[in-house]
Design a binder for this molecule. Sequence first.
Ligand code: PEP
Ligand code: MG
Length: 845
Amino acid sequence: MSATPSLELLAPLSGVLIELDQVPDPVFSSRMIGDGLCIDPTSGVLCAPLAGVVSNLQASGHAISITDDQGVQVLMHIGLDTVQLAGKGFTARVREGERVVAGQALIEFDADYIALHARSLLTLVLVVSGETFTRPAAANGLIASGEPLMRIERNASPAGALVEEEGEALFSSPVTLPNANGLHARPAAVLAQAAKGFAASICVHRRQDSANAKSLVAIMALQTVRGDVLQVSAVGEDAQAAVDALAALLADGCGEAVEPAAAVVVPVVVEAPSPTLLRGVCASPGSAFGRVVQVAEQQLDVPEFGGDEAHERASLERALDEATRALQTLRDNAEGSAQAQIFHAHQELLEDPSLLEQAQVLLTQGKSAAFAWRQATEDTCALFERLGSHLLAERALDLKDVGQRVLRLILGVQERVAELPDDAILIADQLTPSQTAGLDTRRVLGFATVGGGATSHVAILARAFGLPALCGLSAEVLKVPAGTQVLLDADLGRLHLMPEEADVQRLLLKRQEQRQRRQRETEQAAEAALTRDGHRVEVTANVASLQEVEQSLTLGGEGVGLLRSEFLYLERQSAPGVEEQSATYSAIARALGPARNLVVRTLDVGGDKPLAYVPMDSEANPFLGMRGIRLCLQRPELLRQQLRAILACAGLTQLHIMLPMITQLSELRQARQFLEDEALALGLKALPKLGIMIEVPAAALMADLFAPEVDFFSIGTNDLTQYTLAMDRDHPQLASQADSLHPAVLRLIATTVKAAHAHGKPVSVCGALASEALAVPVLLGLGVDELSVSVPLIPAIKAAVREVGLPECQALAQQILGLENAGQVREALLDHQQTTAVEPRVLEN
Ligand code: PEP
Ligand code: MG
């Protein structure tokens, strides 16, 4: 792609232009973040000053960066100290990763609210990639949104580009971030500025994510929060000094006044760098001992020029068609699984208009189809990788994968398949999703890669296959000779190149014990789950695909207790149609057959899980906002269509419909009315069973009023715990306290069961607590009738039911309800487990 040497930026707002020197905030006036201009706004919508991709949108909605295809990066920051408004007053109109055109609305803001609650409304427009610019307009004049604001001279190499240094990375000790609002623009600028003072390549790491420490936008894109545990790494001459200085700066708040963050106990394993041990990030848990197979990328010879333009164009189109068909076949063969969703995403990449347009331009310049296609995909991948967002970087991997697929088809080259021993541990710079999806899991025991991330498609596939996997290893791993015996310990993030015999033996023994126990449990999985005294507990599955349903049946699942229907709605640009939905529900219903229960939970999105096609206001507190049934009742057509689609499988199975996040009786009544209307329109005589999730304390406390109006309750302990204890279910520092075994949660379960049974209605538990073997005695003792659990754990939960007797569970539950905290409950359950730990029961056939 050829770039024009200069670029015109448009004013993102109407208002009064102010020079940066006059901004009453040294972080901006000193140009530490970047040079630019300031506007005192008279309009309330911030628009894109240039075309590009939203490379960062701060969770609090007050700052956004756009990066164009040549790397020019512009940061807009609305107001001063507005991060403290925590999103109030700002409504984002775009999402991170979205491509925008110049002039497109990005963020709406409530100028009155911000003016009253923040220091200032002054809005900064800063060129953070370092280019110089000239100003067409006179200073201190008025400017209207969309008018030319400045002209940027493009640099040959942008200042923020990361220069890769060779060598061993040094890591700092973990630092707990003390800044109340994480590394937002101000502290991120101070950190980036300090990092630029060192020659070393420097990264800031938070769990599996990392950012170039010299890039302000990349640091902001980490979306850190107070209490995050960060590490600094550096490679290069002054690496040690850089690591020490930047870790100290982070601990001190990067120029912000901070209170010391609550101490977080992080087990730090300080190990001398050792060539026999490589560290990475766990992408999929487990461990394996096997022989190294190095998987190198297939190099293809691509001629720059080809035949005439029409011929090359036809050749590209043919290859794109063939690739789309091949992906469709792979999708059909994997229907309902994680693989199918990934191949679908690849098909969508093949239709990306900007990618195709780039290739077409090159064809008109006489380039060959292969050259044009490779150039277009490589440029787009490079853009994704540059943007500093780990999500986009991971999509780059998908694009490389699908790009190679098309390239091979244009060139008529077969994919090379490596010969594998039957204990292969694959090592690669990166594995593509296609390679991972096609792995022979009888021979491959695990893999380790330099690139990739724990949220990548490759990691998702590894988890689906149960293959241990590490990512983020140093490039040293690519030099390990093929055939070397290695110990891959993904749980601890380690690859041992010369494992001690004792370590291998310990690992093999642990695995053998686990395997034996799992085998015993799996052999007995098809048998009913009866307590020692013959009380039957139904054990069903929590699923989100047809494949999981099928797997659950092979593992002794007795039906589906929770179908999370969100999988049909997420990661797409428009809502699934009634036909598409009903085809999926019907396939699942057929797999279960007429005698088993299928509980379809209606759409539970909103708040933290927004849908691209359902515009929602950003919310300061999404878990307390328009979630679940609230969103569906606000958009009745969404719910009506889903109910229509679900009703299409009535008669194929024992159909149940379940409503999430019910808080008020009126919500249940309104949803029932919709169901009755839709059933009537379809001419159905009998309604399916209708139940609700008990996951809001209000519903548990009023279960006696809900019970007469429902057919069943299912307790969502994940949400019930977060709402009862007022602890975010994903909060890293509260994770150990947000325990579903807290007596307060157990008391709500007891209340729910009592009310349901008084009206003859059954109760299941479908939250993660049901999948915890330790919790089984207390749940049975409280009277729960059904446990709906994560698929791989069905055999283990059935085994746990068989170990106990109902009367002893009832006594234990009563005792537990009187305890003070979750720790005491866990202790009581462990004591109970030890006293009942006898030889596993042998079931008579
Ligand atoms: C729950 O909240 O316990 C539950 C099962 O629902 P989800 O985890 O899907 O919110
Ligand atoms: Mg829930």
